[in-house]
Design a protein around this ligand. Structure first.
Ligand code: NAP
Length: 210
């Protein structure tokens, strides 16, 4: 599959390198595709990965991953151009400027705002409740980390599910895009646990059934 990953940081790097290693064609979208940081990432990601501008990357793939900070969303989506009909994977947590909580919630979500900014895009919220370390390696002993996702387009969610499973995650469909109103606070819970409570990034959420 042709995949555009907008963002070359912890999340973009982990997801893009992971899918490139599985044989997908990955284009990293960056505001500086020739930078040393991006060259280092490409060396890690291997021959199936390349880098381009945000606009070139987004236009080249039907599966576009948004992995930049919340405060960059308007700029990145404007640079990405027309995403109508494309699957748009929103990994972003709408964390406020002081990193103490979320910028919005209760009656909307970052994902719903992103859907407004990208008309016609088939938005799926995903990966926001797992750490970048877990994206790189989803195995916890005999268990696979859970990754919750939501969206209004069933086909887009099915594609996302397949792509998440390829990375070893046990993906869980949490429902329609409005469920992002709950997945984003869940991620904030995880971030506080990992940071303030000092669990670090090598822990993951697991749902048990019986
Ligand atoms: N870190 C995690 O474990 C984790 C887990 C789940 C979800 N998330 C979410 O995933 C997103 C990315 O997190 P991260 O940890 O990967 O962040 P990061 O390491 O800081 O990387 C951010 C990336 O976004 C790019 N960027 C920033 N502002 C931009 C702009 N205005 N235009 C274009 N590109 C821009 C940066 O480009 P430059 O290199 O050019 O600065 C960098 O490639 C965040 O929204 C975060 O909430 C993070």
């Amino acid at each position: 599959m042709d995949i555009a990953v907008l963002g070359t940081g912890n999340v973009g790097g982990a997801l893009g390198a992971g899918w490139a290693a599985k044989g997908h064609n990955v284009v990293f979208g960056s505001r500086d595709p020739g930078s040393e940081k991006v060259r280092t990432l490409l060396a890690t990601a291997g021959e199936n990965a390349r880098a381009a501008t945000i606009a070139e990357a987004a236009s080249s793939a039907g599966f576009v991953v948004l992995a930049t900070p919340w405060n960059s969303v308007e700029e990145v989506l404007a640079a990405a151009g027309d995403l109508n009909g494309k699957i748009l994977i929103d990994c972003i947590n709408p964390i406020n400027a002081t990193f103490t909580g979320l910028d919005l919630g209760f009656d909307t979500s970052g994902s719903e705002r992103i859907a407004e900014l990208a008309p016609g895009a088939r938005v799926v919220k995903a990966f926001n409740t797992v750490s970048a370390a877990t994206m790189l390696d989803a195995a916890y002993g005999e268990h696979a980390a859970n990754m919750f996702y939501c969206g209004d387009d069933e086909q887009a969610k099915a594609t996302l599910n397949t792509m998440a499973c390829e990375l070893g995650l046990e993906a869980v469909d949490a429902g329609d895009l409005q469920m992002a109103r709950y997945l984003e606070p869940l991620a904030m819970f995880y971030i506080k646990l990992a940071g303030k409570q000092k669990w670090g990034g090598n822990c993951a959420l697991k749902i048990l059934t019986r």
